[in-house]
Design a binder for this molecule. Structure first.
Ligand code: AMP
Ligand code: MG
Length: 487
């Protein structure tokens, strides 16, 4: 198994990680290989499928050129600082360059104990591993920056949770696994040298333009804020709830990372929470922008010693950057909502029009995805069909008249407006009840529903006749109320 690694993180000082190999497993079994991702990355598909490849994906064989390590990081979990977390059940094998020269981490998750495991067993089980596969690949297909899933293997071992469950390892691919919590780790130790090296590393890898700025570390913060604002706006536009936005789960590269108890909403409700451990609703759907800003303030705090040698000036500069979050988020979110309503021009009152629609959806408990998708109907009798798809709710009458009038004020042709709506409003999202039933079947040995679901989710904008089952909201008895971290 030959992979052309180039491991920049492993060249950082020793205190950034613990070097160790993944723990071998009893009986590796390939469950899923993401062929299109493997090809995008320029990896050898046949080699990955071979017993030698599967041994690598299981952690039984460390490929030549890998520099396996567990990354150190800290983090604020539900608002409380934990000075040491780190990869407790993941090993970064190394980094590769894709054919376009883009750098990606190849990480095994569920690969055994590390010095950061604390009380954990370092393992993962098949349900949450397949869940991450489904959800992260669905996010990618929706055009949302995210870590990706390259492969799933079973270990032939049981993992003890409340019951004994089949163990599995996920191969995760990301632009990097550096988190806000990585900065917090060194800041809390007052290790200024490491902090600077980490910041320089992140600038070189993700934000090279910041290097040219007059004040590179302020520019780094600014660039991270911009990416996070854009990311959370995208989440809100598809009804995604991350569920555990701790600072150790916020990627410095602005990707969605750590698919634990995340979920897509069915009925629109800004207060919606799925995670069983989020008892206060800290990470509720509509709180996500505020939480992202709070997390970025933790990054800003960590960077203060680098931003300016005069601490007062550093605080003022960092605060000014953090204060830009709300405006950046609002602009990105409104741009997304405009697309969802087919509005190609910017007019006064657009935000109000969009929020009125959301408000109505909340009042009647309308399905988020299908309500927006309904607006794509066009031609003779379109309004009647939209109205029916909105559940025949009288509440929408006046709003639809306003929306039609607003559409008519544009120079653009209706086709262009509808085309914009069709690429802004997915027909298919990973609905919780479909995800759960696919996982249940897969854990029971039947992978067909998982395969079908991932196939449909790979083309979320298409309204194929075969995908009707995946577009339907849950029947009352199918509603999934809670999701779990799965650790
Ligand atoms: P998470 O909630 O998945 O973001 O994980 C928070 C922390 O707990 C990270 O440091 C993980 O590496 C660690 N962790 C989660 N599950 C396990 C496990 N089964 N064994 C060891 N460490 C774990
Ligand atoms: Mg995590």
């Amino acid at each position: 198994m030959r992979i052309a690694f180039d491991n920049s993180y492993a060249r950082l000082p020793d205190r950034f990680y613990a070097r160790l190999a993944p723990e071998p497993v009893e009986r590796p079994g390939l469950v899923k290989l993401n062929a299109s991702l493997a090809l995008e990355l320029g990896l050898d598909l046949e080699a990955l499928r071979s017993p030698a490849g599967v041994a690598v994906l299981a952690g039984n064989q460390v490929p030549e050129g890998a520099d396996p390590l567990a990354m150190a990081y800290a983090g604020h979990q539900f608002g409380s600082f934990v000075p040491q977390l780190g990869d407790g059940r993941a090993i970064l094998l190394g980094e590769i360059l894709d054919p376009a020269g883009e750098r990606f981490d190849i990480q095994l998750k569920g690969s055994g104990r590390t010095p950061f495991s604390r009380m954990g067993d370092g393992r993962a089980w098949l349900g949450p591993v397949l869940r991450e596969y489904i959800l992260s690949e669905a996010m990618h297909a929706l055009g949302i920056p995210t870590t990706r899933a390259l492969a799933v293997v079973t270990t032939g071992e049981l993992v003890l949770r409340e019951e004994a469950l089949p163990g599995a390892v996920l191969t995760r691919v990301s632009r990097s696994h550096v988190r806000i919590g990585t900065f917090e780790y060194f800041a809390a130790r007052r290790d200024l040298d490491a902090l600077r090296r980490l910041a320089d590393y992140v600038i070189a890898r993700h934000y090279p333009e910041a290097k040219e700025a007059e004040r590179p570390y302020g520019a780094l913060l600014d660039a991270v804020v911009a990416r996070q604002a854009a990311l959370v706006a995208k989440w809100l536009c598809v009804g995604f709830i991350h569920g555990v936005m701790n600072t150790d789960n916020m990627s410095i590269a602005g990707e969605t990372i750590d698919y634990g108890p995340c979920a897509f909403m069915d009925a629109y409700d800004p207060g919606r929470v799925f995670s069983s451990i989020d008892r206060t609703g800290r990470y509720a759907f509509g709180n996500q922008p505020r939480v992202a800003q709070w997390n970025l303030a933790r990054l800003a705090q960590s960077l203060l010693p680098l931003v300016h040698e005069d601490q007062e000036k550093a605080v003022a500069e960092a605060q000014a950057v953090i204060d830009t979050f709300a405006g950046r988020f609002e602009r990105a979110y409104l741009a997304g909502l405009r697309g969802k309503l087919g509005l190609l021009e910017v007019h006064d009152g657009d935000a109000e029009l969009a929020h009125a629609f959301l408000q109505l959806m909340a009042e009647v408990g309308a399905d988020f995805t299908n309500s927006f998708r309904a607006l794509c109907e066009r031609g003779e009798g379109a309004d009647e069909r939209i109205w029916v798809r909105l559940g025949g709710e009288g509440a929408f009458d006046a709003w639809m008249a306003r929306w039609r009038a607003r559409l008519a004020r544009e120079a653009a042709r209706p086709d262009a407006q509808v085309a914009e709506m069709r690429r802004s409003n997915p027909a298919v999202i990973p609905r919780n009840h479909r995800v759960e039933s696919a996982l249940e079947a897969a854990v029971g040995g039947d992978l067909a529903p998982f395969e079908e679901l991932t196939r449909v989710l790979a083309e979320p904008w298409a309204e194929r006749s075969g995908s009707a089952l995946f577009r339907a909201p849950p029947e009352p008895h199918e509603v999934v109320q809670q999701t779990f971290c799965g650790t």
